[in-house]
Design a protein around this ligand. Structure first.
Ligand code: NAP
Length: 244
């Protein structure tokens, strides 16, 4: 038995995949990855769960299995799965996509955080929840109505969880990863300029090589979660600290 466990949603691509590899390389972690697709990658310390986080009825039935008991000294949940959603001004959004986005970006991490606390309350381990946020949680971006709103709501949910837990057993972080070179950024660059006035800026980020590397960001996230005592605030941004 390894003595640490990390559950990572959205492990099949981008930042989540980099987090999965980073934690597996640390040696002491068992990793549970949750995405719709499974990676063609095997490790005795990796369990992949194929789940559509937009399907909350299925998620609800899986919750008990996602958080195993075991001889763990440290248990981490990283709610990383997210979707930029339809990039359209409000008034042109489609209800079906709006619902999927709220489920994936907000309700699924709320369900998982709730189930995590329920599963591990009183369990003698270091326990951390890291909800991946975004600058868009505090900055309104035209075309990103669903994305900004879900990230803002998740950030508040994380603050409330922290307030309720006080200084006790759990730590909660709402962590912005910066602008990371993943498929999500690629999706953003495919938007139509009339729907997304900031398109040019995002095209330039890529052209000028200003996107952060997912592996570097994963390393910074793991650093924060390994040293929570150095980060007293719930709201964090990887661009605000260096790995020492
Ligand atoms: N990239 C950035 O610049 C940036 C900036 C700020 C914040 N973020 C946040 O960082 C996190 C990771 O983003 P990323 O850039 O790595 O995105 P990404 O490359 O698009 O990867 C998204 C991950 O989420 C999973 N996912 C999406 N919909 C899902 C669903 N319905 N059910 C289960 N899993 C689902 C995907 O897996 P499957 O497709 O296999 O399901 C994939 O593993 C997100 O929360 C995002 O909002 C990213």
């Amino acid at each position: 038995m390894n003595n640490s466990l990390v559950v990572i949603t959205g492990h099949s691509k981008g930042l989540g995949k980099a987090l999965m590899h980073h934690y597996l390389n640390k040696g002491k972690f068992d990793v549970i990855g949750i995405s719709r697709s499974k990676l063609d990658f095997d490790s005795p310390r990796l369990q992949q769960i194929s789940l559509d986080l937009a399907d909350l009825d299925v998620l609800k039935n899986e919750l008990e299995d996602v958080f195993p008991r075991g001889d763990y000294k440290e248990i981490i949940l990283i709610n990383n799965a997210g979707w930029i959603g339809e990039i359209k001004p409000i008034g042109s959004m489609h209800p079906k996509e709006m619902r999927v986005q709220v489920n994936v970006n907000l309700l699924a991490p709320m369900y998982l955080t709730n189930a995590f606390i329920r599963a591990y309350k009183g369990y003698p381990a270091k326990k951390l929840v890291c909800n991946i946020s975004s600058g868009a949680a505090t900055r309104p971006v035209a075309g990103w109505g669903g994305y900004c709103s879900t990230k803002a709501a998740l950030a508040m949910f994380t603050q409330v969880a922290n307030k309720e837990s006080g200084t006790s057993e759990f730590r909660f972080f709402s962590l912005a990863p910066g602008i990371v070179d993943t498929d999500m950024q690629n999706e953003i660059r495919q938007a139509a300029e009339q729907d997304f006035p900031e398109l040019k800026k995002f095209l330039e980020f890529k052209e000028q090589d200003e996107l952060a590397n997912p592996e570097e960001v994963a390393k910074k996230i793991e650093f924060l979660l390994s040293n929570p005592e150095r980060f007293p605030e719930v709201t964090q941004d990887v661009r605000q600290y260096e790995v020492s």
